[in-house]
Design a protein around this ligand. Structure first.
Ligand code: HEC
Ligand code: HEC
Length: 411
C-alpha cells in the first residue's frame, strides 16, 4: 500500500470528506491520552481530566482503606476499571484465542424472549469476585475452522466459536438461556453517535452496544458500572446480582450510590468528547477506487458515510460508516441458547470509523464476539441482509478485494 506523508497528504484526504464530517477525526499521537474532537474550555479541561482519571481508576471493594470515593466494586464483576476493557477508549486490544475468554469479553445472558435477565446470574456472567466471594463461572472458548474458497479458487478459513461454562456457582444454566458473547467496542466518537437525531436510527430501543439495544451513552455507562463492575450509580441503582443470589444481594455496599454523581458526570463528559482516530490518508486514486467498490458492492447502504447530528454548534454531520440501524446478518452470526438453538439476532451496523487504528495496533479482533481475525474475515461473515454485498465482494477480482481491504484499513 503506497502512502503519502505529511501535511499535504492530510489536507488532500480531508478534502475528500465533507468538511464538517472530517472535523472529528484527529491524529492520536499519544494513545494513552486520546484527543477530543473540539477544543475544551478551562472548566471542561478540568472535568475531562477527572473523567480520564475515573476511566482509568481500579475500583476497590466496599470499605477498602483510603478508597471512600472509589469503593463498592463487585461483589462479582468482570473488570475493576473501564480501561481494563476499553483500552484508552479503543476496542478490546486482544486476540480472541482458544482458552479462557479475555477480560474484555463479556458474556451476557438473557431469557428466550431476548430480554429477561437470568434469575441466578443476572445480565452478565461475572467471571471475577472480591475476596470472600466466588466468581459466577469460568468461560472457555474453542473454535472450529470453517474453510471455503472464493470463486477464483483462493482459499479462506473462518472460525466458528463455541463456549463452555465451568464452575457455575449457582448451578447449571437453563437450556433456553441465550448466550451473548460481546467484545468491548471502541468508545471513540460515542458522544457524536449520541447526537444523531432519533429519527435517523430505526426508532427502536437504542443505538449503543453491538445490538444497538441501549438507548443512550448515559444508560450504557450506568449499565457498564452496574453489570461489568458491580457498582451502583444514579443511572442504575442495582448491581448485577441475580434475583436468586442472596449472598450477592446481601454484600456490603460502598455507598448510595457507589459511584458519586460527580464522578459519573466526569466520565460521561470524558466519553462525549473523545475524537475518532484519523488514519494516514491513502493516495487519492486508491481512496477513490476503494470508495467506489465500497459503494458498488452495497456496503455503504448500511455503513453510511453521512449521518446528521443535532445540538452541536458548527457540526451538522458525521461520517461514522454506520446507519445506526439493526440488521439480521444471518444464522451464522446469531446468538445461540445453551442447548444450541439459534436465536434470530439483529446487529447494529458496526461503525467503521477508527477501524484502521485498531488494525495498526494489534492484537485486535473483529465482530461482536471477536471471531474475525482480519477485516477480510469480518466481511466474509456477512450474510442475511448483507449476503448480496458479501457475494459481490467474493466475486470481485483478487486485486479489487485487496483494494477494498486496504481502503477499509485506512478508515
Ligand atoms: C468487563 C469489560 C468492560 C468494562 C469493565 C466496561 N465495558 Fe464498556 N463495553 C464492554 C462490552 C463487552 C460492550 C459491548 C456491550 C454490548 O454490546 O451489549 C461495551 C460497550 C460500551 C459502550 C457502548 C459503545 C458502543 O458504541 O456501542 C460504552 C459507551 C461503554 N461500554 C462505556 C464503558 C464505561 C464508561 C465503562 C466504565 C464505567 C465501561 N464501559 C466498562 C465491556 C466493558
Ligand atoms: C445489511 C447491512 C450491512 C451491509 C450491506 C454490510 N455490512 Fe458490514 N456490518 C454490518 C453489521 C450489522 C456488522 C456487525 C456484525 C457483528 O458484529 O456481528 C458489520 C460489521 C462489519 C465489519 C466489522 C467491524 C467491527 O468493528 O468489527 C466490517 C469490517 C464490515 N462490516 C465491512 C463491510 C463491508 C466491506 C461490506 C460490503 C462488502 C459490508 N460490511 C456490508 C452490516 C452490514
Amino acid at each position: 500500500m503506497r502512502r503519502l506523508s505529511g501535511c499535504l497528504a492530510l489536507l488532500l484526504a480531508l478534502a475528500a470528506v465533507p468538511a464538517s464530517a472530517a472535523q472529528v477525526l484527529r491524529p492520536f499521537d499519544d494513545p494513552r491520552d486520546p484527543p477530543t474532537w473540539r477544543p475544551l474550555t478551562d472548566a471542561e479541561q478540568a472535568l475531562h481530566e477527572l473523567g480520564l482519571t475515573v476511566f482509568n481508576t481500579s475500583w476497590r471493594p466496599a470499605g477498602a482503606a483510603r478508597a471512600e470515593r472509589i469503593d463498592g466494586l463487585g461483589p462479582v464483576f468482570n473488570a475493576a476499571s473501564c480501561d481494563a476493557c476499553h483500552n484508552n477508549g479503543a476496542r478490546a486490544r486482544t486476540a480472541v484465542e482458544p482458552g479462557l475468554i479475555p477480560v474484555s469479553m463479556v458474556v451476557q445472558l438473557s431469557g428466550p424472549d431476548g430480554k429477561a435477565a437470568d434469575p441466578s446470574y443476572g445480565h452478565v456472567l461475572n467471571t471475577a469476585a472480591i475476596d470472600g466471594f466466588q466468581p459466577e463461572a469460568q468461560i472457555r472458548l474453542s473454535h472450529v475452522e470453517r474453510p471455503g474458497r472464493y470463486p477464483d479458487g483462493r482459499p479462506w478459513s473462518l472460525r466458528v466459536p463455541t463456549y463452555r461454562f465451568d464452575e457455575l456457582r449457582l448451578g447449571p444454566l437453563r437450556s433456553d438461556t441465550v448466550i451473548k458473547p460481546r467484545l468491548a467496542p471502541a468508545l471513540f466518537g460515542s458522544g457524536l453517535l449520541d447526537a444523531v437525531p432519533a429519527a435517523a436510527d430505526d426508532g427502536a430501543a437504542g443505538r449503543f452496544g453491538w445490538q444497538g439495544n441501549v438507548s443512550s451513552l448515559a444508560a450504557q455507562t450506568g449499565q457498564a458500572f452496574a453489570q461489568d463492575m458491580g457498582l451502583t450509580s444514579a443511572d442504575l441503582a442495582q448491581d448485577d446480582c441475580g434475583a436468586a443470589d442472596a449472598l450477592c444481594r446481601a454484600a456490603e455496599s460502598g455507598g448510595e450510590p457507589e459511584v458519586s454523581n460527580e464522578l459519573l458526570a466526569a466520565v460521561m463528559a470524558y466519553q462525549r468528547l473523545l475524537a475518532v482516530p484519523a488514519s494516514p490518508p491513502l493516495e487519492r486514486p486508491l481512496e477513490k477506487a476503494g470508495l467506489a467498490l465500497f459503494e458498488r458492492h452495497g456496503c455503504a447502504s448500511c455503513h453510511r458515510s453521512n449521518l446528521p447530528v443535532s445540538g452541536i454548534e458548527g457540526l451538522s454531520s458525521i461520517a461514522p460508516y454506520t446507519d445506526l440501524r439493526r440488521h439480521d446478518l444471518g444464522p451464522g452470526l446469531a446468538d445461540r441458547s445453551v442447548s444450541g438453538e439459534i436465536q434470530r439476532s439483529r446487529w447494529r451496523t458496526a461503525p467503521l470509523w477508527g477501524l484502521g487504528y485498531a488494525v495498526r495496533r494489534p492484537p485486535y479482533a473483529l465482530l461482536h464476539d471477536g471471531r474475525a481475525r482480519s477485516i477480510e474475515e469480518a466481511v466474509l461473515w456477512h450474510d442475511g441482509e448483507a449476503a448480496s454485498a458479501r457475494r459481490r465482494f467474493e466475486r470481485s477480482s483478487a486485486k479489487e478485494r485487496q483494494s477494498l481491504l486496504d481502503w477499509l484499513s485506512a478508515r
